[in-house]
Design a protein around this ligand. Structure first.
Ligand code: SF4
Length: 308
């Protein structure tokens, strides 16, 4: 595996030269980016991240319907949300596991949290007992705020729907929690394309949102050898990136993810596609291949017969 010294220059080059503008419109971040007010961005960011499973164009279409209902200020809409009066306005929304009542439950939980804490950042901070420690306990509490909210107005039996539970993965289950890490990246990182709204959380604590693209790229350039996409993999990759940039380890996420997503990396050796890639020097697909054992033995025999 390449060490931090070998990774630094190619990763910094990728980060510095990446054309963010051309990819933002194909990324889930486009939805919160449409809102200028921090309170709208924070709320739309969370709803977007919760639904960001599957392809952007697919969940984006469903999310677009919800945002159209919410109007120019989703934060105002949620603050005034009354399930009996407003839940029916989401009829027609459907995205894989999620149905209109899941969106209504999101609105109720967010409304009550915002009424109690003022902002989602403050709600997060209230469960962040160790602001210089690992992010996991705070993220667990944040997700639980939504799962343990009083949602009887939407789920009268008190039993949450599978779709609603799917919106908030829990770190304690060991999954990578990609969508929660993605939300934190948007809110916390100070440089574009991220928003830097949550100044109470240090970017140094973030973990990389691991999806299939990040998993592939990370294996290709030696950021992890783990085989399953778990919380441990997110920690493993981030630890390698932290050795490159301790203050902002997940800054490479967007460029790495979109490099693979856009087809600029095929996750295999390809003379044409790989030609302009600055990661070639650390890419396992371009490491000198060892000759197979049989060929080596034949070479040895030939050498011996020449010498003998
Ligand atoms: S060298 Fe090729 S396979 Fe390796 S990271 Fe770059 S584009 Fe991908």
């Amino acid at each position: 595996m390449p060490d931090a010294g070998a990774l630094q220059q190619p990763l910094e080059r990728l980060y510095g030269e990446f054309d963010y503008g051309s990819r933002v419109e194909r990324d889930a971040i486009q939805f919160p980016l449409r809102y200028a007010a921090p309170r709208d961005r924070e709320l739309v960011g969370l709803l977007t991240a919760c639904l960001a499973y599957g392809r952007v164009d697919l969940f984006g279409r469903a999310l677009g319907k919800v945002l159209a209902v919410m109007g120019p200020s989703p934060a105002d809409f949620v603050a005034a949300f009354e399930p009996r009066r407003d839940a029916g306005r989401f009829d027609g929304f459907i995205y894989r596991f999620n149905r209109p009542r899941d969106v209504a439950a999101f609105c109720v939980a967010a409304r009550d949290l915002l009424a109690r804490h003022g902002t989602l950042e403050k709600a997060f901070a209230a469960g962040d007992d160790d602001p210089s420690g690992p992010i996991r306990p705070a993220l667990e509490r944040f997700a639980r705020l939504f799962l343990e909210a009083d949602l009887r107005a939407v789920f009268p039996g008190g039993r949450l729907s599978r779709g609603y539970r799917h919106l908030f993965p829990l770190p304690s289950t060991g999954g990578p929690c990609k969508r929660l890490h993605l939300y934190l990246r948007w809110m916390v990182r100070r440089e574009p394309p991220d928003f830097g709204l949550w100044t109470s959380v240090s970017p140094s604590r973030l973990l990389i949102p691991v999806d299939t693209h990040i998993e592939n790229m990370s294996r290709a350039i030696g950021l992890t050898r783990l085989r399953s996409r778990t919380w441990r993999m997110a920690e493993d990759i981030t630890a390698r990136l932290r050795a490159v940039d301790p203050d902002d380890p997940v800054k490479y996420d967007f460029a790495l993810c979109h490099k693979r997503m856009s087809g600029d990396c095929l996750d295999r050796r390809d003379a044409v596609v790989c030609a302009p890639c600055g990661l070639r020097g650390v890419c396992r697909h371009w490491r000198r291949r060892r000759p197979p054992a049989k060929a080596k033995a034949a070479k040895r025999r030939a050498r011996r017969s020449v010498n003998g």
